[in-house]
Design a protein around this ligand. Structure first.
Ligand SMILES: NC(=O)c1ccc[n+]([C@@H]2O[C@H](COP(=O)([O-])OP(=O)(O)OC[C@H]3O[C@@H](n4cnc5c(N)ncnc54)[C@H](OP(=O)(O)O)[C@@H]3O)[C@@H](O)[C@H]2O)c1
Length: 350
């Protein structure tokens, strides 16, 4: 299998609006470390966090805590073919069709990822559809399995509420709960009602035409994927039964951006501790969730996809050269499902 020596990849050298800062550049193809895979990427995606980071969100945290310096190469989801395998990697061979989750660099023709972040892609999906899943699946998995303790054995009879059900994370959350036999309520705008119904949601509140307070108050788990729903969801949880609130939309990074690293972290921890204590007094637990880059999640999700229990929602597919448009689409609030970036027509990699 021949591997190119250079590739085309999206990057930005300063923070700002998509059209102003995003460029496609030629760069050397990386080599995998001993625990990594080198993937020839066929499809990638744009997640909301890619757009936020490009705008400068989290700069204080990511530049000081992790060695993330400009230029930054965006893109968290990849689907493609393994073309290189590190010496210590087991379970993958060149030619495997995989999907994987990365922190950065997914919007490029080649990417190295830790082997633990990858899994064989669902056989029933093409690369574009597979690229819609990894980061959202890892996020839903971390919240539902690791924080809320839900799985195929514990979910039957459980009542779960997930706002923003048409989003990448919410849509997988709904499908996981339905695959495991639980009950799901969700919120969405009118244009997404049919979509979330098709995913299996049992109760749908169209927040454009209905009062959100119509949400019942008897849920076991609230998986918060939206910005303004925390109090609504806390009001909807049962008391003194071990109910769980788990949010992936947390203010930690905003505190750090506003107050600097040390003071921001201190304030965030204090904010979190107060909420944990308040919910503990009501017999509930309260969690902030940050997605684990978990290949195990991707293996199970692939099985559920191939069994017809989970399907990805793809919005539009953009060529790499249109990466700025792809970011704008993701930021528009009008997308329905994941915005995909195609890498196969991405100019010349030599
Ligand atoms: N903590 C973590 O590790 C982690 C990981 C992944 C994601 N997240 C966060 O979780 C949230 C959900 O992510 P996602 O990938 O599911 O989002 P997404 O796919 O972009 O969600 C899109 C949907 O959100 C709704 N929406 C409402 N207001 C919006 C706005 N101003 N802009 C865009 N969409 C809007 C729309 O549905 P309706 O029209 O039906 O409202 C839209 O269809 C994001 O804030 C993301 O940053 C956190």
């Amino acid at each position: 299998m021949s591997i190119a020596t250079s590739m085309m990849v999206a990057q930005y050298e300063s923070y700002g609006a998509a059209r102003e800062v995003l460029r496609v550049v030629e760069a050397p193809v990386p080599s995998p470390a001993s625990t990594e895979l080198l993937i020839r990427v066929h499809a990638s995606s744009v997640n909301p966090i890619d757009c936020s980071l490009r705008s400068g969100y989290g700069r204080e945290l990511f530049e000081s805590r992790r060695p993330v310096k400009l230029p930054v190469r965006p893109g968290r989801d990849v689907a493609g073919e393994v073309v290189g395998v590190g010496a210590e990697v087991k379970g993958f061979t060149p030619g495997d069709q995989v999907y994987a989750v990365a922190f950065y660099g997914g919007n490029g023709q080649y990417l190295t990822v830790p082997a633990g972040n990858a899994a064989l892609k669902p056989k029933s999906l093409n690369y574009h559809d597979a690229a819609a899943l990894p980061f959202a699946a890892a996020t839903a998995w971390t919240a539902l399995i690791k924080a809320a303790g839900l799985n195929e054995k514990t979910t039957n009879g459980k009542r779960v509420v997930i706002p923003r059900g048409a989003g990448g994370v919410g849509s997988i959350g709904i499908q996981l709960i339905k695959a495991w036999g639980g009950y799901v309520a969700t919120l969405c705008s009118t244009r997404n009602v049919d979509l979330v119904r098709s995913l299996g949601a049992d109760l749908i509140i169209d927040y454009k035409t209905q009062d959100r307070r119509e949400l019942p108050r008897d849920f076991d788990v609230a998986f918060d994927t939206a910005f303004d729903t925390e109090q609504l969801l806390l009001d909807a949880l049962k008391v003194h039964t071990g109910a769980v609130y788990a949010s992936v939309v947390t203010p930690r990074v905003k505190f750090i951006d506003q107050f600097g690293l040390e003071e921001g972290l201190r304030r965030a921890e204090q904010f979190l501790a107060e909420r944990v204590a308040a919910q503990r007094a009501l017999g509930r637990s309260y969690h902030w969730i940050f997605a684990d880059m978990d290949g195990a999640a991707l293996r199970v999700v692939a099985q559920l996809v191939d069994a017809g229990k989970i399907r990805p929602i793809v919005d539009r597919i953009y060529a790499l050269e249109d990466i700025a448009e792809a970011h704008e689409r993701c930021e528009s609030g009008e997308s329905q499902g994941r915005v995909i970036v195609d890498l196969d027509a991405a100019g010349t990699a030599t």
